[in-house]
Design a protein around this ligand. Structure first.
Ligand code: ATP
Ligand code: TYD
Length: 237
């Protein structure tokens, strides 16, 4: 599969068209950003780790029946994926209260949420990804009611699968963000699942093993991502 044209360069990945109009090549760069792109840094090996990491997770989800865009790894930093018509929506599930939720609602950091809670955000950096609800999605035609229901159901299904996967490896899945897109009339999980878009804490020490290490300047960013990959048994390049 050959790259034809660079279609989009985001904050952490670059998307290329291929000679198959149904497939894209996704390049995971070493760039790491936070606070809507205000803080940016490069970390050696991060692109490679995230590419292998997301392939591993997508394969686990696909095996459990979740439709995903992932086709195959091409090389250490690139994967072949289905070309989705992405919905401009981010789906967030939270098992433990932390981050923006704590600031917004004034709740205790680290509070366990049972049941887990769910939020939609509009994917728009200029507006700082504002929180939206089902009615906004319908009124502004960002997705259909059926797609809303599917996004919620799939995002919670992912929670059941991944909470256990991380727990078995000694980690708490605190929260995460998913993005979905349309392909031939069906909804698929797109984008990525990596420590860039979720929070993971060590179950005993509550040490942060995700992008909060970068956001909060804690150091050891790539080392933490590598540790998570190692604990899960992800093969790295
Ligand atoms: P953010 O971090 O807020 O997602 P970004 O848009 O800068 O911002 P990147 O990860 O750098 O993020 O870029 C990847 C882009 O590719 C995203 O806009 C994402 O929605 C899009 N994308 C992901 N998977 C697919 C897919 N299968 N088909 C088409 N576009 C996709
Ligand atoms: P949230 O607490 O809203 O983010 P922050 O505290 O960083 O403002 O995010 C919840 C989880 O979803 C967290 O693991 C990060 C992830 N997420 C993204 O990766 N991108 C996003 O645009 C959003 C809204 C969340």
């Amino acid at each position: 599969m050959n790259k034809v044209k660079e279609l989009f360069t985001g904050k952490a990945k670059t998307i290329y068209s291929t000679d198959d109009q149904d497939k894209l090549i996704m390049l995971f760069r070493n760039d790491t950003s936070a606070f809507d792109g205000e803080k940016i840094e490069q970390f050696d090996r991060k692109g490679m780790i995230n590419n292998h990491f997301t392939a591993f997770i997508m394969d686990k989800l696909a095996a459990a029946g979740v439709p995903t865009h992932h086709e195959k790894i091409i090389n250490d930093q690139e994967s072949l994926v289905k070309c989705l018509d992405m919905l401009p929506i981010e789906c967030v599930v939270r098992n433990i209260a932390t981050g923006s939720l704590v600031k917004r609602l004034g709740v205790e950091d680290g509070l366990e949420l049972n049941p887990a809670t769910f939020e939609f955000f509009l994917k728009n950096d200029e507006l700082h990804d504002p929180m939206i609800n089902d009615y906004h999605i319908i009124s502004f035609n960002w997705a259909t009611q059926d797609e809303i229901e599917k996004m919620k159901a799939l995002t919670f299904e992912v929670n059941t699968i991944l909470k256990q996967l991380f727990l078995d490896a000694g980690m708490l899945l605190v929260d995460y963000k998913l993005e979905f897109g349309r392909f031939k009339g069906e909804l698929y999980l797109g984008d990525e699942f990596t420590p860039d878009g979720c929070r993971l804490w060590d179950i005993d020490t509550r040490k942060k093993l995700d992008k909060d290490r970068f956001r909060q300047g804690l150091g050891g960013v790539v080392e933490a991502y590598e540790e998570v990959a190692h604990r899960l048994g992800v093969e790295l390049g």
